[in-house]
Design a protein. Sequence first.
Lengths: 331, 339
Amino acid sequence: MPETTTYAKALNTALAGLLAGDERVFLMGEDVGVYGGAFGVSDGLLDRFGEDRVRDTPISEDAIVGAGVGAALTGMLPIVEIQFSDFVVNAMDPLINQAAKLHFMYGGRANVPLVIRAPGGGGTGAAAQHSQSLEAWFAHIPGLKVVLPATVQDAHDLLIAAVRDPNPVVFLEHKLLYKTEGHFEATDDVENPVAKIGESRVIRHGSDLTIAAYSIMTIRALQAAEQLADDGIDVEVIDLRTVRPLDIGPVRESVMKTGRLVVAHEAPIPVGVGAEVVAGVVESNALDYLLAPVRRVGAMDVPMPYAKDLEQAVIPQTGDIVDAVKEVIKS
Amino acid sequence: MLQILTPEGDLVGEPPVDVERTVSLYQQMIEARAYDRKGMALQKQGRLATYAPFEGQEAAQIGAAAPLGDDDWVVATYRDAALMWAQGYPWELLFLGRVGDERGGSPPDHVPVLPPSITVGGHMVHAVGLAWAARLLGEERIALTSFGDGATSEGDFHEAMNFAAVFDTPCVFLCQNNGYAISLPREAQTRSETIAIKADAYGVPGVQVDGNDLFAVVSAVTTARQSALAGAGPTLIEAVTYRLGPHTTADDPKRYRPDDEPDPWRERDPLVRARRYLEAADAWDEESERAATDRATETMDRAIELAEATPDTAPDHVFEGMFAEMPPHLRQQLGEARR
Ligand SMILES: Cc1ncc(C[n+]2csc(CCOP(=O)(O)OP(=O)(O)O)c2C)c(N)n1
């Protein structure tokens, strides 16, 4: 029976299902056990599964990810949590030089089925070192998959898909989404994921312009679409869901229908995922269908300011998407 | 564990400072506690962003700053306001930082204190570089870096300690072991019997002191500083203390420790023991206590007033803070942000 729950609880349900369904799955990270995670995502799991499988670690990001890599090489299915995605930078060697490359360097004989979960994004008043959106960084590395769920259902389904994926997956949750409510159906079958990594999806149909987004910007794009509908502008919204691999097909098809494109992400614009999406469109014959220049919506090119009002100004909001769409429509 | 002043206020060793200086350090601890309590109260009123209290750790911080020279560097954490203040960082700027304003992170000229580190452990290596620079420039100064027990599990700790030792940089590593890293107790953080013992691995002295004993901390830091200046390299000091409050205002300690666990530590309160000592020495009484507390309260009222009277950060500040000269694309974005 369909019901609603929060993004955090959907993740919790997925974790519980995975831990219950496969003894190779274990979870480790800072404060994930007794505390239930800094954002409550692993609430109750320690009591249910014990401390071998839900492990509070010392403050050692390098070892959290690196030990995850080692365990994954044996066929275990570790899910490691980095308390804030900003601190994945302390684990860049195990992630970039090891996890992403070992399958290749071992001549294809070893897999690294590791999932690195980490909350990212701003809007919580937590300043420059607790608010970044680093997905483009990870997405630039051959060998990594990068997943950013926007909806409650996807938080659950894509996490299961990530754990079932035989490759390392960086799974970026958005801090502001944890408490959002949405439609939710849990699956008991955690062996056969219903979602697929590397599949974008049209989540609102429209004819005038295409917005491609992911994570919280998908939610803001949907809000923008509602506002724009009042002005008679009919927007199609595509949730990219994973930025690596990037499923550009639906974006191209949509652009061939609407002729206009806006790409929205919370990360700063330069050298971001938006550039990749735009390139993916103009490198195809969808280029011929464009009726107007494309626009990227993203954060200003500065670290996240501490002051609330400045933080709001730096982060792209629903209104910024609305403005960008109107400009593209006008041009 | 080095102890000079017992919780009852009795001497069991040689005090490193005279009574007059002890009065002044005790007054500093009173002021520090007033700041901390004000910080907690203001956060509850929504006037500060997340706040990380240090109640119970005043002796570790004031005691560590006391032996420092005016030029000595302090490189500390989000929980070290008292240490930073004691080395010259004004209360109003510390409040300003907590109000949510980057300008709180710009110390006045000639205050040798770096803004507090938010990433756990990332700052210890800076102390090594500061100390190294001082050595190269022939300056008579050391760098003291402060961090928690949890930070010793970061690779940065190992690399900083090793560098400092290998190059004999004039550093003092002060670990405030306050029992917890968020929910993780010290016992689960490391199997080492003490934090101080880790110094052995780097071939440098390691001392464990009662971190709630002002005299023990002053004494250990004094020795470590002299040794660093003499070219003998760094020392690791473990100040054993206890975080009486939550990790931050966003934390609920009930989730990981019994409600009454802090009670015995209240009896080992660093302020109480210093006061007992001073009263026994006839250098302090009810009257001086009241006067000092009132003064501290006024100081904090004034400090938050100044912080809150600071005009809101303009977008200009964010963009100007990026590069020595603002590049054109930022100039354009600044124009957009002003709108
Ligand atoms: C590199 C890094 N990892 C994780 C965090 C999240 N975090 C903030 S404070 C903290 C605990 C630190 O404990 P400790 O070093 O003992 O210092 P205390 O807070 O107890 O003073 C953690 C895990 C962080 N800020 N930086």
